[in-house]
Design a protein around this ligand. Structure first.
Ligand code: GMT
Length: 374
């Protein structure tokens, strides 16, 4: 197949999934064309089947807000026509599903039918999309897609209860590339971060408010009194400065390090003992899955689709959102010498269910179904 993929190219989970999917599809022999405003972060290797088309936005003094949707729709029209694409797959509804609808209508005037698949990722439904600023457009664009997928059953249900959806939604879960995310021998890292044999606790995110990083810091304050440990906070975003201030106010700076954005996350995960994800909203929790693939148990909230990934008392524990005492109690249980290895093995076993090799064929079959339908 000749497949067009549209996504956000930065550090968000939807862009990661879209890029990894495209890379695997290319390895499976499909021709894959990415259309984004900058090179996707993980599109970092050459493959004869992979192509990248930059969406250029020309500036004009009249535009206070350059019309990205229009530029993207025009790029889709151009790439579909000249690369003879069979299908367009857009990740994150806003504004990609809307641009895809526009492109589809324009292409009809050229006598070309292009099926559009939209994948819903999370905040496009649970935060931004439900806002009245975007809701009519999101509803319309989902209903006008030829195929719609959601990354968890929870997200599917939330979409159906939030919007007036007339389309079928297929659940195709997120996945992890086990060839990249697996436990590696990186003990020298651990010795640098934890020189006295402390436990290593980790969080990775885009530091948005929904991630509730303050809960992690407070939970860590309770854990480190009982078990010598260090906390690494990986990533960057709007909450970072506030969180650094919180660490200072709580006197935890010696044991917590903010290390910003990191490409080779799997190297740090390889030496981690516990991963935190106390989010207020989380449609799936890709970062937690990547940790599990590296044999790291997870302490999470029970928000959204997290229960589809974290099995209570098996791969880690879930708590009510904001229940710091419960998270600290659970973390101490997992970190106990007699328990830790079992939780690590369970985390790995569960992660294997989401191996990229099992999930990408579901997308291939879905594309074929939608192409045959249109
Ligand atoms: O909120 C983020 O971390 C980014 C966001 C995105 O779309 O880039 O992530 C969402 O999509 C990921 C990939 O499908 C999911 O694993 C995340 O759970 C989801 N985030 C939220 O629902 C908050």
């Amino acid at each position: 197949m000749r497949i067009g993929i549209v996504c956000y190219p930065t550090f968000g989970g939807s862009g990661v999934i879209a890029t990894e999917l495209g890379k695997q599809l290319a390895q499976n022999g499909h021709q894959v064309h990415f259309m984004t405003y900058t090179q996707p972060i993980r599109l970092d290797f050459f493959n004869e089947n992979l192509f990248y088309h930059e969406v250029n936005i020309s500036d004009y003094p009249l535009f206070q807000y350059p019309p990205y949707e229009s530029a993207l729709a025009s790029k889709m029209v151009d790439v579909v026509r000249y690369e003879k694409l069979d299908i367009l797959h857009v990740h994150y509804a806003i504004p990609h599903a809307t641009s895809a609808f526009l492109a589809k209508e324009i292409l009809k005037t050229h006598g070309i039918k292009i099926p559009v698949v939209t994948t819903l990722h999370g905040t496009d439904i649970t935060v931004v999309g439900r806002d009245r600023t975007y809701k009519p457009m999101v509803t319309f664009s989902i209903n006008k897609s030829d195929g719609v997928t959601a990354v968890s059953d929870s997200l599917k249900q939330e979409t159906l209860s939030t919007f007036e959806i007339t389309n079928e939604i297929e659940v195709i879960p997120n996945f992890v590339d086990m060839a990249r995310f697996h436990k590696q021998e990186k003990d020298h890292f651990k010795k640098i971060i934890c020189p006295s044999g402390e436990k290593l606790l980790v969080h990775v995110s885009n530091f948005r408010k929904v991630k509730r990083i303050g809960d992690i810091i407070k939970t860590f304050g309770k854990i480190k009194d009982k078990v010598p440990s260090k906390l690494l906070l990986i990533g960057d975003g709007p909450e970072r400065v506030k969180m650094e201030e919180m660490c200072r106010d709580l006197g935890l700076c010696d044991d917590i390090r903010f290390i910003g954005k990191l490409d080779a996350i799997e190297e740090v995960l390889s030496v981690a003992d516990l991963f935190f994800m106390p989010s207020e909203k989380e449609s799936f929790g890709l970062a937690a899955l990547e940790a599990m693939a590296c044999q790291v148990p997870i302490i999470t909230s029970n928000a959204g689709g997290i229960p589809e990934v974290n099995i209570q008392g098996v791969t880690g524990f879930m708590s009510e959102i904001g229940d710091i005492d419960d998270m600290a109690k659970n973390a101490l249980f997992v970190l106990a010498d007699e328990n830790l290895d079992t939780f690590k093995a369970n985390a790995l076993a569960k992660a294997k269910e989401f191996d990229i090799k099992n999930v990408v064929p579901q997308y291939e079959a879905y594309y074929q179904k939608i192409i045959d339908k249109v």
